[in-house]
Design a protein around this ligand. Sequence first.
Ligand SMILES: CC(C)(COP(=O)(O)OP(=O)(O)OC[C@H]1O[C@@H](n2cnc3c(N)ncnc32)[C@H](O)[C@@H]1OP(=O)(O)O)[C@@H](O)C(=O)NCCC(=O)NCCS
Length: 145
Amino acid sequence: MVRHLRSEAQAGRMLPFVVEHEGRLVGQLTVAGISWGSMCSGHIGYWVDRSVAGRGVIPTAVALAVDHCFGAVGLHRVEVCIRPENAPSRRVVEKLGFREEGVRPRYLHIDGAWRDHLVYALTVEEVPESLLARWHRAAPGASQK
Ligand SMILES: CC(C)(COP(=O)(O)OP(=O)(O)OC[C@H]1O[C@@H](n2cnc3c(N)ncnc32)[C@H](O)[C@@H]1OP(=O)(O)O)[C@@H](O)C(=O)NCCC(=O)NCCS
């Protein structure tokens, strides 16, 4: 897996991150499918260990990643595709103010079947300041549970 992530990163198609909480590796966040040219877009995926779930760890990681993508990296758009029944993941993007764009029917093959996904996205115009700062202002203490 590490070899694959490194080669995708070296090819400029992916930004792989680990997520740490109090010095311990507790999850992963990847910006994958990075496309340049007239698109300048990528999609974000993530997971976190259940021992720290519900404490705002992944919203914090997503906000940091979006700020990096729109700042240093220079992407124009980031999206997150989520199965409709994945309520915790939908809460992550809703809390951060991602725009819901609609359904992609049978978008990804997961657990043996083609699954519908909801698309959530942000473009750089929608985040004129830091996303992390915006979220913290809207919900003080949200990432310190
Ligand atoms: C989705 C996921 C990454 C959320 O990460 P997180 O750091 O727990 O995110 P948050 O702290 O913002 O919690 C999100 C929601 O999870 C739910 N939650 C709260 N405590 C929880 C706990 N102990 N365990 C599981 N879910 C919990 C709540 O609905 C919460 O929303 P709320 O803040 O409005 O109450 C995590 O649940 C996960 O790894 N899930 C499995 C992998 C996955 O679904 N990845 C995303 C694919 S699109």
